[in-house]
Ligand binder design. Structure first.
Ligand SMILES: Cc1cc2nc3c(=O)[nH]c(=O)nc-3n(C[C@H](O)[C@H](O)[C@H](O)COP(=O)(O)OP(=O)(O)OC[C@H]3O[C@@H](n4cnc5c(N)ncnc54)[C@H](O)[C@@H]3O)c2cc1C
Length: 457
């Protein structure tokens, strides 16, 4: 194996894979290094007992042009599957009963999810002054503009679904910049959303349809397709003791490969796409204060359970799934009806449901034994999903001890520290989900932008 590369990418999750793919496509020599023996990072599809299930992310949103173009580009090595039309039917638990999330004005008026007072108050939303505190939390922002019941039964479950997070921790300026900018740019969520509908978008921008998607055969097929296109000889998987060193010109990367042999590579440009908490060991030459600020991000823990039934006899699974507001005091965060959304997930007549436990506000649940997690899920399925005899044909638990970074008020220092490190160490680029968003569409967007920058600078 040669030891000089144009660019070395650390991390073969979706961010690192996307970055490496576009670098490789530009004709530059890239090397990708990861401690895992598989590519895709947290993306992992598995198959068992006739079920096809995800152990990490379940669905993506076509929320950036870059993710739509990446999937297009990878065709036919991977093929998109857009969620069928029931994706818009979502349920929210309210007083222990599933209620549809209002899809239009008339449902919005009649839904029991929001109080009469807040429904009336919403009429005044376009006339309320924009906030002036950059560190205002999401909970404060929503209470101020929309009222407590919208926070409890719309925003809280939405945030559970995206961040497994806590609205009184997340700061919209960093965690939901589009929402924050609606208020700052247009003075109102409602007014801003309406005005934005009339802004002309280019044909390219229209590719970001915001539709829910997966990849035929599961999300791992996306990672596998990129791996195939770049070529396995450009990867070192199963690496240990990975450490970047600063040379007079450029950088070295030392590691042990899967056979425990020591290797050293050199490059003028290094891109890290690892979780934040890996950076201290990975970049020992960077000042401790800067690394401390970069690593100052809480990753909420999540346990994900894929539950399969050969014959489903519970409540109707006609929809995307259901989210459970914190106020309902249940032990699961939500359920996603994967076999209703996508083809081939469960045997005919059966069901595959993804269940999430823990998150930012119930981290203690993620520490329970698998047996206790099963008991807890059984109780919730009996009470909420209409399952009398809980005898699943698939019950697969995946632990993610540091799953989803929570962008709180400390994010400002983190983002600034990333910039400082990059300025101080030309040729070193820090990417990954510690900034620029946590969803797959954000990851691909960042990966593509980093690749473009590094190729041209
Ligand atoms: C349980 C769960 C459910 C999710 N659900 C969704 C969803 O439904 N929809 C959605 O859009 N997003 C979802 N997300 C978020 C999304 O999946 C992630 O943000 C995204 O996949 C992260 O990609 P990444 O490459 O930035 O990070 P990762 O996937 O974490 O990849 C980082 C890589 O860095 C490697 N690494 C670690 N240490 C080192 C080192 N020292 N040197 C080199 N490499 C190293 C790791 O092994 C890993 O492969 C979910 C995330 C989780 C955890």
């Amino acid at each position: 194996m040669e030891n000089k590369y144009d660019i070395i990418v650390l991390g073969a999750g979706l961010t690192g894979l996307t970055t490496s793919y576009y670098i490789h496509k530009s004709g530059k020599k890239v090397l990708v290094i990861d401690p895992n023996s598989h590519v895709g990072g947290v993306i992992q599809t598995d198959a068992k007992n006739g079920f096809l299930f995800e152990k990490g992310p379940n669905t993506g949103i076509l929320g950036s042009v870059e993710i739509a173009e990446l999937i297009e580009d990878l065709h036919p090595d991977c093929e998109i599957e857009v969620g069928n039309k029931i994706v818009d039917k979502r349920f929210i638990l309210h007083n222990a009963k599933w209620q549809p999330l209002p899809a239009g004005l008339s449902q919005g008026v009649t839904t029991p999810l929001f109080s009469f007072k807040d429904k009336l108050r919403l009429l005044g939303e376009p006339f309320r002054k924009p906030g002036t505190n950059d560190n205002e939390t999401l909970a404060e922002l929503v209470k101020r503009r929309m009222g407590q019941s919208f926070l409890d039964y719309a925003i809280d479950p939405f945030i559970l679904g995206v961040y497994a997070g806590d609205p009184s921790y997340l700061v919209p300026k960093y965690a939901l910049p589009k929402l924050y900018n609606l208020e700052q740019d247009y003075g109102s969520f409602i007014g801003g959303a309406i005005k934005k509908k009339f802004i002309k978008t280019s044909e390219r921008d229209k590719k970001a349809t915001r539709k829910i998607f997966t990849i035929k055969g599961g999300l791992s097929k996306l990672a596998d397709a990129i791996y195939k296109r770049i070529g396995e000889e450009k990867f070192i998987l199963g690496a240990t003791n990975i450490e970047v060193g600063k040379l007079d010109k450029g950088y070295s990367v030392k590691l042990f490969n899967a056979n425990k042999e020591p290797l050293e590579f050199q490059s003028d440009k290094i891109i890290t796409t690892t979780p934040a908490f890996q950076l201290e060991n990975l970049l020992p030459f960077v000042e401790k204060d800067l690394i401390k600020d970069v690593q100052n991000v809480f990753y909420a823990p999540v346990v994900e359970v894929a539950i399969g039934f050969n014959k489903w006899e519970g409540v109707s699974l006609d929809g995307f799934g259901g989210l459970i507001p914190h106020k309902e005091k249940r032990d699961i965060l939500g359920v996603m009806y994967m076999s209703s959304l996508f083809e081939g997930r469960a045997p005919e007549g059966g069901a595959l449901i993804s269940v999430f436990v823990g998150g930012a506000r119930r981290p203690e649940l993620t520490k329970l034994s698998d047996e206790k997690i099963k008991k807890l899920v059984e109780k919730e399925f009996k009470e909420l999903m209409g399952v009398e005899n809980f005898n699943p044909d698939l019950f697969e638990i995946s632990h993610h001890n540091r799953a989803i970074p929570q962008y709180g008020k400390e994010s400002k220092e983190r983002f600034a520290a990333v910039k400082s490190i990059q300025k101080e160490y030309p040729g070193l680029f820090i990417g990954g989900n510690l900034y620029d968003g946590i969803g797959m569409a954000d990851r691909v967007k960042q990966g593509k932008q980093m690749a473009d920058f590094v190729i041209n600078n």
